[in-house]
Design a protein around this ligand. Structure first.
Ligand SMILES: [Zn+2]
Length: 356
């Protein structure tokens, strides 16, 4: 018997603890993860609730922003996992946030990511090929992923198209959130007819959510928005991470490993703020490196001297407002389609204007 804890504090039901066999757990988690992962986002109503799912109970990550936690791997080192909440708190000192999110944690994998709808996946040790990074270096990646969540939140508050996209995810997520509740009812029901009805209802909800999710994925306007938005989001997340680490090379250092080829090192260098990436003729269009010349500019002209909190906050504010202004100027106009050089040039010009 393994232990599954499900607690939902909200309108639906009180905290409960269940003993379930491994098969039920796998099916339930698989279903919930399948349903929730792609749709997730959190509405005002959901923000008052919290769900925590864990196939083992020895590691609890209590944090007001973490809506639920799922551990993929029994080998997880709990002390390391708890470090994640410290990273969240430290990053909140730079840009205060109360954004809620679901957290997936594994022991070792490549899958450190932020799902735009509000989920963060982390491994408690970052691995590249066969090289396992230290916890200290892994924290850079955690700060980056959490930086994405913050950026999406603060941009959505000011920029309507991102806010609309967020709402679309919320709609699909809210519907899917009914599923674990119905699953819970099935577990306690002894009436076969009722179980059948509940299963049909789950199928209906699942289909409806899937339809909504497909609609988001196929929405041409959202696709265009993602293309415009992602390079800025990567710049901001990298900036959060290097300021958190107080090391402008921190992102670069977790992008290379002993035995990296020259080509891998060259590609990784777009994450390095200390390298002088030439603006003239800049062609790198991949989202993590498109704004590398802007990183060089920030390092040369605006880098915090002492890494005081006020310096870091100031830099993040300047970059945020410059990006916001660019999104507002470019979205829905001919300026959506610019070269990497032009995108950098415009953003650097905005930053210069703000620091005058
Ligand atoms: Zn990223």
């Amino acid at each position: 018997m393994a232990f599954l804890s499900v607690s939902v504090i909200g309108n639906w039901f009180d905290s409960k603890y269940f003993f379930l066999n491994q098969e039920v757990i796998s099916n339930l988690l698989f279903l919930i993860i399948l349903i929730l992962l792609p749709f997730s986002s959190f509405s005002e109503e959901i923000s008052k609730s919290s769900i925590s799912l864990s196939s083992f109970d020895h590691c609890r990550l209590d944090h007001p922003q973490i809506l639920f936690v799922h551990f993929w791997d029994q080998r997880l080192n709990c002390d390391d996992a708890k470090e994640f909440t410290r990273v969240v708190n430290d990053v909140n000192d730079l840009v205060s946030s109360s954004s809620l999110f679901g957290l997936y944690i594994s022991h070792l994998n490549f899958n450190n990511s932020y799902d735009e709808s509000g989920f963060i996946s982390i491994s408690n040790r970052l691995i590249n090929k066969r090289y396992i990074y230290s916890l200290d270096k892994t924290k850079t990646v955690w700060a980056h992923e959490y930086g994405h969540l913050i950026f999406q939140e603060i941009i959505a508050n000011k920029f309507m198209p991102i806010s609309e996209q967020k709402l679309a995810y919320e709609k699909a997520f809210n519907i899917a959130l009914e599923i674990p509740i119905l699953e819970d009812k099935i577990k306690f029901s002894k009436d076969e007819n009722e179980v059948l009805k509940l299963q049909q209802e789950i199928k209906k909800i699942s289909d409806e959510s899937e339809k909504l999710y497909r609609k988001i994925e196929e929405n041409e306007s959202f696709k265009k928005l993602d293309l415009l938005f992602h390079p800025y989001a990567e710049l901001y997340a990298d900036l959060i991470a290097v300021l958190y680490k107080e090391n402008p090379r921190a992102e670069y250092e977790v992008s290379i490993y002993p035995g990296s080829s020259e080509e891998e090192i060259e590609i990784a260098s777009v994450r390095n703020f200390t390298v002088e990436h030439q603006l003239a003729g800049w062609k790198f269009s991949e989202k993590h490196g498109l704004l590398a010349p802007t990183k060089s500019f920030l390092y040369l002209k605006l880098w915090p001297l002492k890494y005081e909190i006020s310096e870091k906050r100031n830099l993040l504010q300047i970059v945020f407002h410059s990006i916001l202004s660019e999104l507002e100027n470019r979205w829905g106009t001919a300026l959506e389609f610019l070269t990497p050089e032009e995108i950098n040039f415009r953003l650097i010009t905005k930053i210069k204007h703000l620091i005058k």
